[in-house]
Design a protein around this ligand. Structure first.
Ligand code: DHB
Ligand code: MG
Length: 599
């Protein structure tokens, strides 16, 4: 289908917006009036620019407060409209959006609205222009799509149709079945946006919190099915007012936007993408470091042993049970510090997983990083983390050129001590990538998302959302926060599963590891909230173990010190517990700050 995006959805100058939209693969744009007013380009130049970029101008928007007003006001409105229609002829745009009036002068009089919109349509028709009338959710008298349609229908004018906007319709909780009563050719335009569900004043909600379909809580695909069933064959256009996207890089927002439209079309059966291949485990996590010593000391204290060495690169494989960590010492700039650079996801069909990722605009990384390496399918996540899709035992013979073959076992390696695997990975996203990151992990990797939670950090609020596969063998917590200079805020962490966190914490300490100290006040509060066995709480207090529980059981966890941008967590998760210790995050974050700041 023809895809389009409103310039209001992207940041930057009009030129930047158009370029980003075209590069991301959109076919057309809606030009938002303010973007044109603020542009140094003439309408003719904008038209030429769009043509050069292969973009059609699908809509000029918005015209406001036109209809159901006293006659003298309407005369002035028609004068204004005449100017706009001339402008649209210069632009080469043939559809104009008229929002339902919010003016205090507007009268609650459908007959008057009908008559004035018909007059406007007469004038538009002289310039070959069509008028698409849209009910704003906060319109003074017309604020539901079926009401706007009744007015359009009554006018019976060939140049007057309606514009449906998923935000206005879904935010009002309208009955969607009525959409199919509108003849498809009278739906002149369709604007798509999603939004998070906790409702607020609808105007603030619309102007600041819209997001791309799939990123919020609306059933935009359900709405689209009704619109298509009505016979609509026009563009699918994203109109997203969002404070974050207005500041973010237009190029990546446009790619994210286009991905969301691909997914929406997939959901309604309008395009076929390679299906998701859900990962079945975390094969490895790769740390990139300019200084291996503190990293290997930490891994050793955590019970890992160096099991193998890469045949051609400075990369060691450290292993404990099922947890495998690659330590790559190729980083040269010490100021960059240690960071989590890559994740190996066990995949039943790595090539198919990479094909889906590529179809959804994930940058595909070279299959061989060096001539002697086994070919691996890999893509970059929005935050730059490299995701490797690696074969598992069930991937079939042809795929057994496994990453593990690039590593030579160390002859004197002690047998890896049993008993751990990666419980979850926690990745910190750049502030403007949060919605994009969750949609990416859900749609590209086929993971399910939990609700997002807010975490209070002493220096700002963070938002976190976990994605996981069905059996919880892949769990990734995505977090974003305000970003003061403290690098703890950008740290990723690796949580290791244990069935006895007390024993694991003691062993770590006995091996010289340092656990994050937790304030006494926290344990006084735990005592008030939960009942513990004799001595249990004292043990937690001594070791810095945090505790949470939900209907599925308990979650006990503690943290190591941070090295560069990475730290570890030891986790004892009851089988039914689905959380990640969010309730304890404020205490943990404060303790991490305390550890770095002068007291
Ligand atoms: O918030 C607004 O003013 C506004 C303008 C144009 C639209 O299409 C819309 O949905 C909202
Ligand atoms: Mg709209």
């Amino acid at each position: 289908m023809h895809t389009s995006i409103a310039t209001v959805s992207l940041s930057g100058s009009l030129t930047e917006k158009l370029t980003a939209a075209a590069r991301a693969g959109f076919d057309g744009v809606e030009i938002f009036e303010n973007d044109l007013l603020a542009s140094p380009l003439t309408p003719e130049e904008i038209r030429a620019r769009c043509a050069d970029l292969g973009l059609s101008i699908d809509l000029y928007q918005p015209m406001r407060d036109i209809e159901a007003v006293p006659q003298e006001v309407f005369s002035r409105n028609l004068r204004r409209a005449r100017h706009k229609f001339e402008l649209m002829e210069r632009l080469g745009a043939d559809t104009v959006l008229v929002c339902s009036s919010v003016s205090p002068l507007a009268l609650d009089d459908d007959a008057l609205a009908t008559e004035q919109l018909a007059q406007l349509a007469d004038l538009a028709q002289e310039s070959g222009i069509r008028v698409a009338y849209e009910a704003l959710a906060w319109g003074r008298h017309v604020n539901r799509y079926d009401h706007a349609w009744r007015i359009v229908e009554a006018a019976g004018h060939p140049a007057l149709g309606t514009c449906l906007d998923s935000f206005h319709i879904l935010s009002r909780g309208s009955d969607l079945r009525g959409i199919e009563d509108i003849p498809g050719e009278k739906i002149f335009f369709l604007q798509l946006a999603d939004a998070p569900l906790p409702a607020m004043d609808v105007l603030q909600w619309s102007r600041h919190h819209r997001c791309f379909p799939g990123q919020g809580g609306f059933d935009v695909a359900g709405l689209l099915r009704h619109v298509l069933a009505a016979g609509y064959r026009g563009p699918l256009s994203l109109e997203v007012f969002n404070d974050v996207f207005r500041q973010a890089d237009a190029g990546s927002t446009a790619v994210d936007a286009h991905r969301s439209l691909l997914l929406l079309q997939e959901a309604v059966g309008a395009v076929q993408l390679p299906p998701p291949v859900v990962p079945t485990g975390v094969a490895f996590a790769e740390l990139l470091t300019p200084d291996a010593e503190p990293v290997t000391a930490l891994l050793t204290a955590l019970g890992f042993t160096r099991a193998a060495r890469h045949r051609g690169k400075p990369v060691d494989l450290w292993q404990r049970g099922e947890a495998r960590i690659l330590v790559n010492t190729a980083a040269t700039d010490r100021r960059d510090g240690t960071r989590l650079a890559a994740i190996g996801l066990a995949s039943p069909d790595p090539a198919a997983a990479a094909r889906r990722a590529e179809a959804l605009h994930a940058p595909v990384l070279p299959r061989r990083r060096a001539p002697e390496d086994a070919p691996l399918d890999a893509v970059a996540a929005p935050d730059g983390t490299e995701l490797f899709f690696v074969a598992t035992a069930d991937s079939g013979e042809s795929r057994l050129a496994d990453w593990r073959g690039d590593f030579a076992d160390l002859p004197d390696a002690p047998a890896p001590s049993a008993g751990t695997r990666i419980d979850h990975l926690a990745l910190t996203q750049p502030w403007h990538h949060f919605d994009e990151a969750t949609l990416f992990h859900r749609s590209v990797l086929g993971l399910d998302a939990q609700d997002s939670v807010d975490l209070a950090d002493p220096y700002g609020l963070r938002r976190s959302r976990a994605v996981a596969n069905h059996d919880g063998s892949v769990r990734i917590a995505l977090t974003v926060g305000a970003a003061p200079a403290d690098e703890t805020l950008h740290a990723a962490h690796l949580a290791l599963a244990t069935d006895d966190v007390v024993a694991a914490a003691r062993a770590f300490r006995a091996a010289g590891g340092r656990l994050l100290p937790v304030p006494a006040n926290y344990y006084d509060d735990l005592a008030a909230r939960f009942t513990f066995a004799e001595g249990e709480l004292e043990t937690y207090r001594e070791l810095g173990i945090l505790y949470d529980q939900d209907a599925g059981g308990a979650f006990r966890h503690c943290y190591t010190e941070t090295i560069g941008h990475v730290f570890f967590e030891l986790v004892q998760r009851d089988p039914g517990h689905q959380g990640y210790g969010a309730a304890n995050a404020p205490v943990r974050l404060a303790a991490q700050h305390t550890g770095r700041l002068p007291r």
